[in-house]
Write a protein that binds this ligand. Structure first.
Ligand SMILES: [Zn+2]
Length: 314
């Protein structure tokens, strides 16, 4: 039986599913605090059930990335985190802050967690159409990579902006790789599609199935650090090389291809069982791995002064 996500995880007005519940259960805790994201460590006995997997997934992505940082990359992360007024104890723990901050002092970042493709079933993402207000996850990744790369010199405000940028960057690279964060607007990224997950008596949103129930059943959220270590160890050098591009829009197109394919390919009776789950498992693992590899690539190149982002819009 799957652990239940926090109350409010389902009925939220956001394509973020269980992720938004971090804020939903602590609505007064937003703002710039880095400590309002639940227990500081996933995996300790009795703690895992209080942390939505979506939080653990972000921690896994950032821990995979951290393991792949160059010395200069680690130095940059340490320097930037030291400028944070309320630094997280470790980099992987900083990557869930974005989900609570959007209810506080960073409400303008709400749309940065996803992209809504406005034409259902469209062959392809069109940035000019689907991100017309420049408020989608692809823009967020590019923006915070640029902020992280900008030398704040002695300017205190810019140093704080850079500290926030690192936390946002780690989070949004993860969001972009969850397929339903690049979903259809009509369905709010799977939040309006209801399915039955195995023998769960409650109908769940398809979004929450991908955010929480599948990874939970996979056992990934019980210990984020252990999951990150395993997944990182299973990345071949060839995979890492193939994934290592700066093509942010291309990364999101991969998510969208899954939305057009296996994500909505569940039985007509809306019952999700072994067939669907077995198909999703390698996808979830690969997306976490890809996000970690690419986040490390961004940070390493920013640290080396060699960041090269292609244009997001044609
Ligand atoms: Zn998010």
């Amino acid at each position: 039986m799957a652990l239940a996500p926090p109350s409010g995880a389902e009925e939220i007005d956001a394509p973020d599913g269980a992720i938004a519940a971090v804020g939903a259960v602590r609505p007064g805790d937003g703002g710039t605090s880095g400590r309002n994201v639940g227990p500081g460590r996933v995996g300790a006995a009795g703690v895992a059930g209080t942390v939505p997997w979506a939080a653990a997934s972000h921690q896994i992505v950032c821990e995979i990335a951290f393991r792949r940082l160059t010395d200069a990359g680690r130095e940059l992360v340490a320097t930037v985190m030291a400028d944070d007024p309320e630094p997280a104890p470790a980099f992987y723990e900083s990557c869930v802050w974005a989900d609570s901050s959007r209810y506080g002092g960073h409400q303008s970042t709400y749309e940065y967690h996803f992209m809504n493709v406005v034409v259902a079933g469209a062959d392809q993402i069109v940035m000019e159409r689907d991100c017309a207000a420049f408020d989608c996850v692809q823009v967020a990744v590019a923006r915070y990579a640029r902020y992280l790369a900008a030398d704040p010199a002695g300017n205190g405000a810019l140093r704080e902006r850079r500290a926030a940028a690192l936390k946002f960057l780690g989070h949004f690279v993860g969001d972009l790789h969850q397929p339903l964060h690049v979903g259809y607007a009509y369905d709010r990224g799977g939040n309006d599609t209801r399915v039955r997950f195995f023998d769960d008596p409650e109908m769940r949103s398809l979004h929450s199935v991908w955010d929480f129930y599948i990874p939970d059943r996979m056992g990934l959220h019980a210990d984020a650090l252990a999951s990150a270590e395993r997944l990182d160890g299973e990345i071949s050098a060839a995979d890492a090389a193939a994934w290592g591009t700066f093509d942010i829009v291309g990364w999101s197109r991969e998510s969208y291809e899954m939305v057009k394919g296996l994500v909505y390919d569940f039985p007509i009776d809306s019952r999700i069982g072994d067939d669907y789950f077995d198909g999703a498992v390698p996808v979830v693992e690969r997306r976490l791995q890809q996000a970690g590899v690419r986040l490390a690539l961004l940070i390493n190149h920013i640290a080396a002064g060699t960041l090269e982002l292609p244009p997001l819009f044609d």
